[in-house]
Design a protein. Structure first.
Length: 192
């Protein structure tokens, strides 16, 4: 993120550490969106992941770390969707940066779904410091990945079921919260 020391925020250690500790969960905030970007610069354009990119940045740098460490297999090579694993991409402030640029937003969300898998992407916001969180939620509810991007880049469709996973079901699983449990029930006599 802007203002951090670029060499020390690179997610290149995520893959090796996650591989060493397969029973631990690793949640990468903002999906490493600005990693490797020069300090003081904000959001770089998101494009598709390229396994041959010499010096990837951001989400592509994180994907490279996972592929290199065999946390995930490159679905472009295996032609098989990524299986669940122990690294989670949290969308954080990155969504608020890309949500108004249709191409960037499709690449950002498409790459997360393709290389992390729908079960490993979590919603997050900087709601305490950012305003307009409701606008971000509404934008994601209305957001789709076009059939053209699905075909050209192999991104999966962003279905209502996948959005439900991202909006909370994945985090509920990580934190062992039963989203169907009844909590704080009160009887009418409690208020009598």
């Amino acid at each position: 993120m802007a203002g951090f020391d670029a060499p020390h925020e690179a997610p290149t250690d995520i893959g090796p550490i996650a591989s060493m500790f397969p029973h631990a969960n690793f949640i990468v905030y903002s999906s490493a969106f600005n990693a490797g970007v020069m300090p003081g610069l904000m959001a770089h354009p998101e494009g598709p992941y390229d396994a041959n990119e010499r010096m990837p940045t951001g989400v592509n740098m994180l994907i490279r770390s996972l592929v290199s460490s065999k946390i995930v297999q490159d679905p472009d090579v295996t032609k098989v969707p990524v299986a669940a694993h122990n690294v989670y991409a949290e969308m954080g402030g990155a969504w608020s940066i890309v949500m108004n640029d249709v191409a960037q937003a499709q690449h950002y969300v498409g790459k997360l779904l393709k290389y992390f898998g729908p079960a490993n992407v979590c919603w997050g916001t900087k709601g305490i410091v950012d305003s307009g969180v409701q606008a971000q939620i509404e934008a994601f509810r209305a957001f789709t990945i076009t059939p053209q991007y699905q075909e050209k880049y192999g991104y999966p469709a962003l279905t209502p079921a996948i959005k439900a996973q991202i909006f909370g079901l994945n985090a509920a699983r990580i934190y062992r919260v039963d989203p169907c449990a009844r909590r704080c029930t009160v009887t009418s006599t409690s208020f009598a």
